[in-house]
Design a protein around this ligand. Structure first.
Ligand code: SF4
Length: 287
């Protein structure tokens, strides 16, 4: 059985999901509704064995496994390594194991611990940077600052993980639009992850951010401002061989390429949309 709701990155659509924890240990970000209804907890060894037995009745030979929920890296290193070994023995066909990762969980582990975890089979980590701006991170109550984001990302890459970072377009609102674009580009460039995805802010009615908007403390960007912000962000990126995607259901314009190789072409394409009288935003405001 899964404890619902269950989330995974779009690129894990084909993966078997093993729910190692429930919820998010931070659970305070003002824009995030994902785990608000859940109290964070780690499953016991017995619960995990039972969960995996249940999964095996439907999935015998998965090649990809995603460990949910929010931040599996908060498990003690020995426990996580034992779990990875157990998963590999139960699902010997698995070729890739991945999970979300919180920046503080990465920082708390030593370089050697991270290498051990990676060598034990956790290959790909996803980290929601959300914004590189200290002001935006503080306003959104992300619980970490720019420097910590960079430190966590660089540490994960150095330990050998394939690393994927996400930024939320529009998260600076009108108030910090430019700062969000420039500082996010700075953080992503400093980490130089293998993958970088750009999603667009979609405000859930129940989130604290919806209240901020009603009280006039946060102003959403218009579709054209989103494109201006995206252009500014890309123009400030300095990346080497980073696979870039902005093809989530929330994005106004689908984008894909390798940064920085394709940066100029991507910027030119966005400018074309930006300056066209026929631009109709594609994004979906209800996910
Ligand atoms: S954005 Fe991530 S860290 Fe923040 S509350 Fe949501 S799941 Fe937790």
């Amino acid at each position: 059985m899964y404890s619902m709701p269950l989330f995974r990155p779009p690129s894990e659509a084909q993966s078997l999901i093993i729910q190692v924890t429930e919820g998010c240990s931070h659970n305070k970000c003002r824009f995030c509704y994902m785990y608000k209804c859940k109290q964070f907890r780690m499953k016991t060894r017995e619960e995990l064995q039972e969960h995996i037995r249940w999964l095996k009745t439907s999935y015998q030979n998965p090649e990809r496994i995603f460990l949910a929920d929010g931040n599996v890296l908060c498990l003690k290193t020995e426990k996580l390594i034992a779990l990875l070994n157990y998963i590999k023995s139960e699902f010997p066909t698995v070729k890739r194991i991945s999970s979300y990762s919180g920046p503080l969980d990465i920082i708390r582990k030593t370089d050697d611990e991270l290498k051990l975890i990676h060598n034990s089979g956790l290959e790909l980590l996803y980290m929601g940077v959300e914004s590189g701006s200290d002001n935006v991170l503080a306003f959104m109550e992300k619980g970490v600052n720019q420097q910590q984001m960079i430190e966590a990302g660089q540490k994960a890459v150095k330990a050998g993980f394939k690393f994927s970072c996400m930024i939320i377009s529009g998260l600076g609102g009108v108030e910090y639009m430019e700062e969000h674009a420039v500082e996010s580009a700075k953080v992503i460039s400093s980490i130089n992850p293998h993958y970088f995805s750009l999603l667009r802010l979609v405000v859930e009615e129940e989130s604290e951010l919806a209240d901020d908007i009603r009280r006039g403390k946060f102003h959403l960007l218009t579709p054209l401002q989103i494109l201006d912000e995206n252009i500014m962000m890309l123009e400030n990126m300095e990346l080497n061989d980073c696979i870039f995607r902005a093809n989530h259901v929330s994005n106004y314009v689908n984008q894909a390429g390798v940064l920085n190789k394709d940066r100029d072409a991507l910027v030119q394409r966005l400018k074309k949309f930006r300056n066209s009288n026929n631009f109709i935003p594609m994004g979906n405001d209800t996910l």
